[in-house]
Design a protein. Structure first.
Length: 576
């Protein structure tokens, strides 16, 4: 699977220039390789210089990793601190140049938490000033001083895009690394610097275009609506049986896995041509299975393997059982737990990220739990029990969520509305500031339905307070006209309430079906037949050719017909 699907399924911003996207993708690969190469002492490459540069790269990457994100950062910081001297320097027996190693450590600490490490960074800069003869003026960018006092420590950025690509390609190995951790860390910094040159995305300040008019009580022929959309998807199937999009520019394993699930949603007996299309897509997915059980092309192991499991299970073909079982075991191995050095008291414990070494979030965790569930994992499966710990920490319910996370001098705590955030301490809907300066990540619809479904899969009974509060949030904020929770953000960016709209519909439909809700009662006492209403809302948005597209927000690439239609089919299928 190629990196563009990351933007579909995760929290990346609007489309960046192609060069910047490529460099961010390369940075992600370098991070993945470095994390896998962390030594038992917490270092990268065994030296202060390489460890400092790696940490600086982690902190400056698009994911902005901090100490709170896990041992791959915190243990590396401990390694640096274990080699700090009273004169302000940082050096180890593996370092040949004390100025370079000291400034690498200073860059890392400053990027991770400038306020917390202010004194150490100043002492390190003073040491480097004395030894190099170059003076750092406190307040000036540390990077400028580093380029003067330790030439070459920070890689120079070629002005020409072709030269940038050539520098990125030189020595690159198939796994995205460069053999030597020092070189991989340096390249990571280069990728970050090139990506940062891209102009920032401007807020989407256009007025919100209203969705088509609809009648919540309309009777919709769901089967016929599904047939029309599946026929549209078939028209976009590639010569090898796979699916792609305007974003992926070619057949893509992740898109194919999602589309295969949609094809298998054909209502009733499948015509021969539809079955053939579904089988070809599914066979392409199965052919990508690896010896370790994973099913992916290049990266995004969790998302792609989870989507693949969904496709294989949906086919109901017994020949895929062994592949499904191996994939289930592989997904369990991706979970943040003791095997990765994550203890139960860490905020990320039990969660799933993009792969085995990525920061967990509720969206990735939802995908993994979906796959584990359909693959036969019962509520008491160890992976489900561990996931429950993470789910609870994503809920704004301070009575059961005591996690406090500090990043960049700001402490995030749980609120009390029962809804869910993206991951502990973070919400794509923004935060609310408390009088004491702490913040509460806002709950929003997509993640709260993911939470509700996860609680069900983990075996919580309906009288469990955590499940009751999550469902209460869904009932209070029930709507099919927007993604609830983004209202505050919409004051500056009106179309924010429609970003990820089809993803929201899928999360809602699958969660309410799993919960067993026939109707959902809103605070005004009105009972809503959510299945009928969701079908009516989606039908009103269907194009004459059977496709769907998010007219208001291309974020997560819902502006692409293939991906938006796939989500619409999966949501409609869950209403049956």
């Amino acid at each position: 699977m190629t990196r563009p699907l990351l933007a579909l399924l995760t929290s990346l911003a609007l489309v960046a220039p192609a060069g910047a996207q490529d460099m961010r993708s390369r940075a992600n690969d370098a991070i993945h390789v470095l994390r896998a190469e962390q030594k038992p002492d917490g270092s990268y490459g065994g030296s202060v210089a390489t460890t400092g540069l790696a940490l600086y790269g982690f902190a400056k990457s698009g994911r902005q990793y901090r100490e709170a994100d896990g041992p791959f950062v915190s243990r590396a910081v401990e390694f640096l601190q274990g080699h700090a001297a009273t004169d302000g320097s940082f050096t180890s027996p593996a370092d040949k140049d004390a100025v370079r190693s000291t400034l690498a450590a200073a860059l890392a600490l400053h990027a991770l938490d400038a306020k917390k490490y202010e004194k150490q960074v100043k002492s390190a800069a003073d040491f480097a000033s004395q030894k190099s003869g170059k003076k750092w003026v406190e307040g000036d960018p540390l990077e400028v001083f580093v380029e003067t006092a330790a030439p070459g420590l920070l890689p120079l950025v070629p002005a020409d895009p072709d030269e940038q690509k050539a520098a990125a390609d030189a020595g690159k190995q198939p796994n995205g690394g460069y053999g030597d951790p020092a070189v991989t860390a340096s390249r990571l910094v280069l990728f970050n610097r090139v990506a940062s040159l891209a102009p920032p995305s401007k807020p989407e300040d256009r007025p919100l275009a209203p969705l088509p008019a609809w009648d919540p009580n309309a009777k919709v022929d769901v089967d016929e609506t599904l047939r029309q959309s599946i026929r549209f998807l078939m028209s976009r199937q590639g010569p090898s049986g796979g699916f792609g999009s305007a974003i992926t520019k070619g057949e893509d394993l992740g898109v194919t896995a999602l589309a295969a699930q949609a094809l298998w949603a054909w209502p009733g007996e499948m015509p021969a041509d539809v079955r053939k299309a579904a089988e070809r897509a599914t066979e392409m997915v199965a052919a990508a299975a690896r010896e370790d059980g994973s099913i992916h092309g290049s990266g995004l192991e969790n998302y792609t393997t989870s989507a693949a499991v969904g496709a294989l299970v949906a086919s109901k073909d017994a020949k895929y059982k062994k592949t499904i079982d191996k994939a289930r075991a592989y997904l369990s191995s991706l979970q943040a737990d003791e095997a990765e050095g994550i203890k139960p008291d860490h905020w990320s414990y039990g969660g799933f990220g993009y792969g085995d070494e990525e920061r967990p979030d509720l969206s990735n965790t939802q995908f993994a739990m979906d796959a584990l569930h359909v693959a036969g994992a019962p509520p008491d499966d160890p992976a489900m029990r561990r996931a429950l710990v993470f789910l609870q920490r994503c809920q704004n319910r301070s009575e059961t969520n005591h996690i406090e996370i500090s990043r960049d001098g700001v402490t995030a705590v749980a609120g009390n509305d029962g809804g869910a955030m993206y991951y502990p301490g973070n919400s794509k809907a923004g935060v609310d500031k408390l009088p004491d300066g702490r913040v509460v990540p806002r709950s929003y619809g997509s993640m709260t339905y993911a939470l509700l479904k996860g609680f069900v899969f983990a075996g919580l009974p309906k009288d469990d307070a955590r499940l009751k509060d999550a469902y209460a949030w869904c009932a209070k904020n029930y709507t099919l006209d927007r993604v609830p929770g983004y209202e505050e953000m919409a004051k500056a960016m009106p179309r924010a309430v429609h970003q990820g709209l089809f993803y929201y519909y899928v999360a809602m439909a699958t969660a309410l079906r799993a919960y067993g809700a026939k109707e959902i009662e809103t605070p005004d006492g009105k009972k809503h037949d959510w299945r009928r209403e969701l079908a009516a809302r989606l039908k009103s948005m269907q194009k004459p050719d059977g496709s769907f597209v998010n007219e208001n927000s291309p974020r997560w690439f819902e502006g692409d017909e293939v991906l938006a239609t796939t989500h619409a089919v999966l949501a409609l299928g869950a209403t049956k």
